[in-house]
Structures are given as C-alpha cells and as structure tokens.
Design a protein around this ligand. Structure first.
Ligand code: SF4
Length: 355
C-alpha cells in the first residue's frame, strides 16, 4: 500500500457510505459506485484501484489520482496468555496510538482510541498522562479495526464488537468519531451491528445531547466513577465544568430521545469511591434512570498514587447496588500479564523515547 502521496490525495477509508456516494456524484458517477468501492475494500479487502474490475479503467485512474489507501502499521505488539492483543499502532505522520482486542464468550471486542493523547487529564488514567496532540481521523480509526481484523483472519475470526473507549475523549473529536461509527455499522462496511458498538464519554454534556439527536442505535457509556461532585472533582477535571446533576440531566435527555439504556462506568479505587456509603449515594442518584453500572477494578499505573479496591470490597459494593435495585456487573479483567491499563504501552514507549 506504499506509494507517493500527493497532498491533495485523500484516504478513501475515511468516508461513510453516504459521504462516498456524494463524492462519486461529484465526478458525474452514479451513487452505486460508492457501494462497489465498499464491496472491494471491506468485503474483498482489495486496496488497489487498478484491480477493481467492475469499474472502468479511466475512472479507476481518476480514483488513483485523487485517493489512496493507508493503514496504520504495527509498531509494537503485546500478546497476553488470555488471548488479549495490545497494539501500539503508528499512523502516517508517526503518531502512535493503542488498540486492544479482548476476547469475551460473546465475541471479539476491540477498544479503539479516538485521539493521540487526551486533554481530559483524568487522575487515574495512563492515557491522560500524555496530552492531546490531535484527534484521529475517521480513516485512522477504521484502520485500527482493519489491522486487528487482519491479525484475526489468521484464526478465521473477525472483530465483532467495538468500544470507543481507548485513548481520547470521543466527543472532543465528535465529527470524526461519528463518521467512524457509521462506517463500522454499515453492512457493506465493517458490518458491526449498532448494538455491538459503544461510544464512551467522560461526560461532555453538549456532546451527549448532540449524540442523542443523531438517531443512531449505538450504545452510550458514561465514565462516572464517583457518586458525588466532591469525589468526582478529585479525579476528573471535567467534573469542574459539569456537575453530576447536569451530566445526569443530559443522560436522561439521551434516554428519552434515543430510547436506549446507558452504561455507567465506575472505576473502583481503594478508600476513595468504594465505601458502602458511596454505593448508597450512587444508587440514590441513579434510581429511575434506565441504566446499569459496570464496576471496573482499577488497573494500577505507576505514575499514579491510587490503589485498586480489594475483591471483597468490590463484591460488597456490587451487592449493595443490586440490593438497592441498580443493575450492576464487575468487568472481567484482561491482559493482566501485559500493560493492562489503557494508555500504558504508549506512555511506556513515549517516555522512554524522551529520555
Ligand atoms: S479516562 Fe478517557 S477521558 Fe479521561 S484522560 Fe483517560 S482517555 Fe482521557
């Protein structure tokens, strides 16, 4: 796929089907040309215009003049005993991002990064240690999935679920993330069912409302991590911009408009947010909201002072939520023998490079 790229050439992997139809029409072509291209790219995995035999030679040359294909390259790969694969991918400009594959009983879940670094600076997060350099393009996010699909094809498997939960705040890169999830959800594209795609935000209220109005059936997860503003402000700078009340009001709007259940992510940090009083307060806050809580045992990050809650505490917290009528699960842990925390591999590489 390497070739000389002139500045005006565009990576064709970054177009949703409707965007590509518009592009084709702008060349005087019929919209179905876009569907043919999708078929070649995503079904037949052909990344060379000259081989697209049902397109005329002259238009193939036009496509080759104006577009190109580019996938990220694998810079580092870590394989865990449980089948988890963590990749540090390198983009065209040298930027590096992490992508992780986790194997659940129900399918292969990829955790996609949406930005290079993150400016949200959550205190418990390795990704936030390196500030945002730029948002990823939709083509780069599609590339994360295609590279993982390529690895999985050796086992006759493919990515079946996507969570946009890696490095970056998706709603801080709203348009590109939205185009990406449309390509992911397109039957002729990456062919992932809407209910198998989740976008996770740390709580950008305007983004949640905008997302509610998109008319998508894609899941929404909220990184809540605290039952009250006082604790949330200690670990998430975004909580200084929006109170939990404002956040939950946007979540209720989303549920009303989209008619979908929401997931609240809650990282269990020892002696910070893991007491039974916290569980009671959380249950009171979430009562009546169509949702469930996903408790996440904290993955220690050496640069951070926090510790994970012990197993008994997590179990008691979970039982207390359930007894108060809040649906709750404890997230399974993956890749404990590799750099398990989100962003850890990139931080390890980037900080090593600076020394
Ligand atoms: S938890 Fe998410 S939003 Fe917060 S710093 Fe990490 S990547 Fe950014």
């Amino acid at each position: 796929m390497s070739e000389t790229i002139t500045p005006k050439k565009k990576n064709i992997l970054g177009y949703s089907l409707s965007q590509l139809e518009e592009e084709m029409v702008s060349y005087g072509q019929k919209p179905f040309r876009a569907r043919q291209l999708y078929e070649w790219i995503y079904v037949k995995k052909v990344y060379d215009f000259s081989l697209m035999s049902d397109i005329s030679k002259s238009f193939r040359e036009t496509l080759d003049r104006d577009y190109y294909f580019s996938l990220p390259s694998i810079f580092k790969e870590q394989d865990a005993k449980d089948g988890t694969i963590k990749l540090l991918l390198e983009m065209e400009d040298g930027a590096k991002v992490e992508t992780v594959l986790m194997r659940y009983d129900y399918g292969n879940v990829i955790c996609v990064s949406s930005e290079v670094g993150c400016s949200m600076a959550c205190e418990f997060c390795a990704s936030g240690l390196l500030r945002k350099e730029r948002g990823l393009t939709s083509a780069e996010m599609v590339g994360e999935v295609l590279v993982m699909n390529d690895l999985l094809s050796k086992e006759m498997e493919r990515v079946t679920h996507i969570v946009v939960m890696g490095t970056g705040e998706p709603f801080d890169n709203y348009d590109n993330v939205l185009t990406f999830v449309k390509i992911a959800n397109e039957q002729r594209g990456l062919a992932i069912g809407a209910r198998h795609i989740t976008v996770s935000t740390c709580g950008l209220v305007e983004g949640i409302k905008k997302y509610a109005n998109e008319g998508l059936q894609i899941n929404l997860a909220i990184s809540l991590h605290a039952p009250n503003d006082e604790i949330r402000r200690k670990i998430m700078p975004i909580a200084r911009r929006y109170s939990i009340d404002e956040l939950l009001s946007a979540v209720k709007y989303y549920i009303e408009v989209a008619g979908r259940r929401v997931t609240f992510e809650y990282i269990m940090i020892k002696d910070l947010n893991d007491t039974l009083e916290c569980a009671d307060e959380l249950a009171s806050r979430l009562r009546g909201i169509l949702s469930y809580v996903n408790l996440i045992p904290f993955n220690p990050v050496k640069e951070k002072p926090f510790e994970r809650s012990d197993k008994e505490t997590i179990k008691a917290f979970s039982m207390r939520l359930n007894s108060r009528g809040i649906n709750c699960t404890v997230r399974k842990e993956f890749g404990t023998d590799i750099d398990a925390a989100c962003g850890q591999l990139r931080v390890k590489y980037q900080t090593k490079k600076k020394k």
